[in-house]
Design a protein. Structure first.
Length: 364
């Protein structure tokens, strides 16, 4: 194999594949990127058996071939090249990376051990890549990182209204829902993407943008871009929790506060959090009081002005769970709806109704 191609294109492709290749694989070849050439094309491919990515590149092909190269070594070597063109040449199981000023040799793996990739066939929809990525990134933080229940470690995608998709994630202590615009889309089946895979899909969608095809089967989904890049993920089987049942229908109090004020209060309470990261939130007539106590450090209380409707009450929360959604709420003011003592709180932007965040209080 011998090919010459633009350095910038090769680097960009390796940056995309490097996140898919396994870092600690059970099968050593999974840490590699597979390079395949034909008469007219070059393809870079990576997989970790959970996800796969296939990237076509334009190149000058002197000799066809196929090779599996350790992705991280390859990427780090290419990152340090400052020439416009790179030649890749395979000599006796060693990949030579050549420019006018440098030569690097990387030992390769047996390519026949690299898993064969197949494109899936299923329902195909045109999506806005940036909007799809935004939906995933808005909710992914709320998915469980450790749950033995796969559905709690996933991003759930469904269609609730015309011209939109709704993304949901929950770890059973909190839940985030975000609806994004997707013109003319008709999604007949909801699906669950493993959280780590969903975040990677979002990253690729952000980088490549455009209006790719979203392909869905019972067990896999894939996104195919106009430039030929193809990324696929397995799906979580099973049933996502019927989360609408846990969202309160009635509330004991509604509180509207400036996001900036609540962030300032949390900065102070973060100094005094105990090992449970516990803060108490007290609703009074015209204020919201946020307090934290650590027997080894001290105590702090901050009272902020608020528009309050309803009952007075005090609840305790994991501060991180209350702070996490704030970076995803674009409004300057927040609406907090309290269902009552020991019950869920729903947080939204005061004007943006495309986002809902539910968090359960802590037991004192």
């Amino acid at each position: 194999m011998e090919i010459t191609l633009p350095h910038e294109q090769l680097l960009r492709a390796l940056e995309l594949t490097s996140r898919i290749s396994s870092k600690t694989p059970t099968l050593p070849v999974l840490q590699c990127v597979k390079i395949t050439t034909t008469e007219k094309s070059v393809t870079l491919e990576a997989t970790n058996l959970e996800m796969s990515i296939n990237i076509p590149l334009e190149a000058q092909i002197e000799e066809q071939g196929v090779v599996a190269v350790p992705t991280q070594t390859f990427l780090q070597s290419v990152q340090l090249i400052d020439q416009k063109e790179v030649t890749l040449r395979l000599e006796e199981a060693v990949l030579q990376i050549e420019t006018s000023k440098s030569n690097t040799s990387i030992k390769t793996f047996a390519v026949d051990e690299f898993p064969a990739a197949k494109k899936i066939e299923g329902t195909s929809l045109t999506i806005n890549a940036q909007s799809f990525a935004y939906g995933i990134k808005s909710v992914a933080f709320a998915a469980s990182q450790t749950s033995i229940k796969p559905e709690l470690g996933s991003v759930y995608v469904q269609q609730k209204k015309e011209h939109s998709l709704t993304f949901v994630a929950t770890d059973s202590f909190r839940l985030m829902e975000k609806t994004v615009s997707q013109k003319n889309i008709v999604l007949d089946q909801s699906f669950m993407i493993p959280n780590k895979n969903a975040s990677e899909l979002a990253r690729v969608c952000e980088v490549l943008s455009g209006e790719p095809k979203l392909i869905i089967t019972d067990n896999h989904c894939a996104v195919e871009f106009e430039n030929g890049v193809y990324i696929s993920s397995r799906l979580v089987t099973g049933t996502f929790p019927d989360y609408e049942q846990i969202i309160p229908k009635e509330y004991a109090a509604h509180v509207t506060v400036l996001k900036e004020d609540i962030l300032k209060a949390f900065k102070k309470t973060s100094i005094f959090l105990n090992k449970f990261r516990q803060v108490s939130v007290t609703i009074t007539d015209k204020n919201l009081t946020i307090a934290a106590n650590n027997n080894d450090v001290g105590h702090t209380t901050d009272t902020i002005s608020a528009a309050v409707e309803g009952e007075e009450m005090t609840l305790s929360f994991n501060q991180q769970y209350v702070m996490d959604p704030l970076s995803h709420i674009q409004d300057d003011s927040l609406k907090l709806s309290f269902a009552g003592i020991g019950r869920a709180v729903v947080m939204q932007g005061n004007n943006d109704k495309t986002l809902r965040y539910l968090v359960m209080p802590m037991n004192k």
